[in-house]
Design a protein around this ligand. Structure first.
Ligand code: FES
Length: 100
């Protein structure tokens, strides 16, 4: 199967655990939140404020803000830009990401 890792002939370091809503998933060194979620089969991780529609990556380069997610209790982080570290806790986000 052709994957970005194989196409780039990349050899990242060993995977490490992070969590998504308490469920453990793996991330690779240098991987963004969005990349790790995609690798885990997750394609949407927030809902819109108005109609609660699912959102994930749209632009993938930090421009559209569709990929907002909560990382280590900090809401509204752009998943396509934020690199993961061992033990990071990712949470899906509803609306503004705040308790309002
Ligand atoms: S996907 Fe557009 S800002 Fe992250």
């Amino acid at each position: 199967m052709r994957t970005p890792l194989k196409l780039a002939d990349a050899h990242p370091g060993p995977a490490f655990p992070v969590t998504l809503d308490g469920r453990e998933i793996e991330a690779l060194p240098g991987q963004t939140v969005a990349a790790a979620l995609w690798a885990a089969g997750v394609t949407s991780w927030r809902t819109t404020r108005g109609e609660g529609r699912p959102r994930g990556v749209f632009c993938g380069i930090g421009v559209c803000f569709d990929c907002l997610v909560t990382v280590n209790d900090r809401p509204n982080q752009r998943a396509c830009l934020v690199p993961l570290h061992p033990g990071d806790a990712i949470r899906t986000q509803e609306g503004t990401g705040h308790d309002d």
